[in-house]
Design a protein around this ligand. Structure first.
Ligand code: SAH
Length: 354
């Protein structure tokens, strides 16, 4: 048995079956055996690829969106330019490149990254060579200044709990236990779950609903900061307006695998419930949930793609056209990924989200 499985088995023997959230936390962030704590999982040779790794155009559009929002709030100086879960630092590097010519934007920006993974912090410092950067374990240590924040594929890595609707208003929680020396899923006894009371009306017996307490807590903290200090947040992830069904997913070498098969060796994610994020951020003016393809088109990704294409030929041009399609087309990432933006009450929403 690999070490993390042994550790999980010992914990289950001691405490009983784990919630899916505890299982996800151990798999992703165990200090010495966790998925993110021990590796850089991104890119073609890794396990999965994200929008900023597909094309520089993604970060360019976000950069212009943030800079425009910063200008419309009176160009506060200094301000925090923050990213949650910056991966290889590619998105932040593209944001900074795209905003170089915005007067005073770089002089005013203080770059702060919230990142749990040491190997990825190293990648980020390489990508942002020449910039002054501060890292944080959590967003509560970000200085109290206007906060312009982006998070791409961060919320989907946060631990979820899963519940199956039983009869009446009772739910059984899905848990991870051990049978015949292997990890397996089981269900708790039926119980009332106050946090799911609002889902009694729109679910039936047998339906699965997921709750991500960490996502709501983080969205609420971001919203409080923006409501009091100014700024904006652009949150991008895959998911939908309301959680329904089992979306826990493990990916290894760009293939889906069973979430229990190789703990700590595969990426584990779940779809983001944008209604939950939006409700948690109610101190702010919150945008509607916008499909990523629509958001990028509104920001002008197609003219930008055409401009870049003028300098390309052969395979580079084919790849560039494929990347544009992958980011925006409804059958690729365009519809699965959604965008939610926050600004202080009474302020204009960021371009592309209004
Ligand atoms: N935003 C990047 C990477 C997405 S992968 C991109 O689009 O390419 C998820 C990122 O979130 C990784 O950097 C991972 O290390 C980080 N992460 C996951 N859980 C975290 C947590 N609880 N706290 C801080 N960072 C976390």
């Amino acid at each position: 048995m690999p070490d993390l499985t042994e550790h999980l088995a010992a914990r289950i023997a001691l405490d009983g079956p784990l919630t899916v959230a505890d299982y996800m936390s151990e798999c992703l962030l165990h200090p010495t055996m966790g998925y993110y704590t021990t590796r850089d999982p991104l890119g073609k040779d890794g396990d999965f690829t994200t929008a900023p790794e597909i094309s520089q155009m993604f970060g360019e559009m976000i950069g212009l969106c943030i800079a425009q929002t910063w200008l419309s709030q009176g160009a506060p100086s200094p301000f925090i330019l923050a990213e949650l879960g910056p991966g290889r630092g590619t998105l932040m590097a593209d944001i900074l490149r795209a905003t170089k010519s915005v007067p005073n934007f770089h002089a005013a920006a203080r770059i702060h990254l919230v990142e749990a993974s040491e190997p990825l912090r190293t990648r980020q410092s390489q990508a942002l060579d020449g910039y002054e950067v501060e890292w944080h374990d959590y967003l509560n240590t970000l200085p109290a200044l206007p906060l312009f924040l982006v998070a791409n594929e961060f919320f989907d890595a946060l631990p979820i709990r899963q519940f199956i609707r039983d009869k009446d208003d009772q739910w059984r929680e899905r848990r991870v236990g051990i049978a015949n020396d292997s990890l397996c899923f089981g269900l708790s006894e039926p119980q009332k779950v106050p946090a799911l009371q609002s889902r009694i009306a729109d679910t039936k017996s047998g339906d699965m609903v997921e709750i991500c307490a960490a996502a709501s807590a983080i969205a609420s903290e971001i919203a409080e900061r923006i409501a009091s200090d100014g700024g904006a947040a652009i949150l991008i992830d895959y998911g939908d307006w309301e959680s329904l069904g089992d979306t826990l997913q493990a990916v290894k070498n760009h293939e889906k695998v069973s979430p229990l098969l190789s703990p700590g060796q595969a990426d584990l994610t779940a779809h983001v419930d944008f209604n939950a994020l939006s409700s948690a951020a109610s101190k702010c003016n919150v945008s509607q949930m916008i499909p990523q393809g629509v958001f990028l088109e509104r920001l002008g990704i197609t003219p930008r793609a055409q401009k870049l294409a003028q300098h390309l030929s052969g395979t580079a041009l084919t790849n560039h056209i494929a990347a544009h399609r992958r980011l925006t087309h409804p059958e690729e990432m365009g519809n699965l990924f959604k965008v939610l933006a926050l600004v202080p009450q009474g302020h204009a929403l960021p371009p592309g989200t209004e």
